[in-house]
Design a protein around this ligand. Structure first.
Ligand SMILES: [Fe+2]
Length: 226
């Protein structure tokens, strides 16, 4: 399984309804280093996770955590494995070793180390900078430490939820286009002064991946323009 056009979680036939809400994160068997990061966000729920509280249909689809270095990512990866997490996508350089994404135009700013593991039914993606000044290193410096990079909420109709967000949660600003691929639509939102990202993700045809090559290029273009 790879971060690719056809990436699946955990396999093509597995239902993608993970049914996690924000509060259930507290019950997950997380290693100390990850729990510390998640708990900080749990104890003081910031604007970027408000869709979880405002919209009944919004379930947590996956979360991503950004680390300051490759070494920190490896430590977190090993800790998760020791806690019983299952590998979905081993540590790899994106996009260099994601062969399926070779056709997609990317900038050096998008390069990153990443891995994805499942803790119970929750996929957690770990991110780390590859090159000084890339988007992940910029992100971690704006947070001042390793932190949640984004929380993705699964929604049934991205356009109607976006309309609701505009009405009910005007503090959340759309920072990317709605990236649309055959299997997946995704969009990034942020609140002013907070680098953490709220992702809305609409899955079609039972697709179980976390992004498609085409979508990640569109989403990161939004981040580069921020
Ligand atoms: Fe995501």
């Amino acid at each position: 399984m790879r971060s690719s056009q056809n990436q699946r979680y955990p396999d093509a036939n597995e239902p993608t309804d993970r049914g996690l809400n924000w509060d259930s994160l507290a019950d997950l068997a997380l290693p100390h280093s990850i729990r510390k990061i998640v708990s900080r966000n749990l104890s003081d729920p910031p604007a970027f996770i408000r869709p979880a509280m405002s919209f009944r249909s919004a379930r947590i689809d996956h979360i991503a955590i950004a680390f300051a270095s490759y070494g920190e990512l490896l430590d977190a990866d090993f800790s998760l494995l020791r806690s019983g997490a299952k590998v979905i996508d081993p540590v790899h350089a994106w996009p260099t070793t994601a062969a399926e994404c070779k056709e997609v135009q990317t900038s050096w700013l998008d390069a990153k180390w990443m891995s994805t593991l499942a803790v119970g039914t929750l996929p957690i993606t770990l991110l780390a900078p590859m090159i000084h000044g890339d988007l992940i290193s910029q992100y971690v410096s704006s947070c001042g430490r390793a932190d949640i990079h984004h929380v993705a909420f699964a929604v049934e109709d991205i356009d109607s939820i976006l309309g609701e967000v505009g009405r009910v949660l005007p503090e959340l600003r759309q920072i990317s286009v709605v990236a649309i691929d055959e299997a997946l639509s995704q969009v990034f939102l942020r609140s002013a002064g907070d680098p953490r990202i709220c992702e809305l993700i609409e899955r079609r045809s039972g697709f179980g991946g976390f992004f498609t090559c085409k979508n990640i290029a569109a989403l990161t273009q939004g981040l580069r323009q921020e």
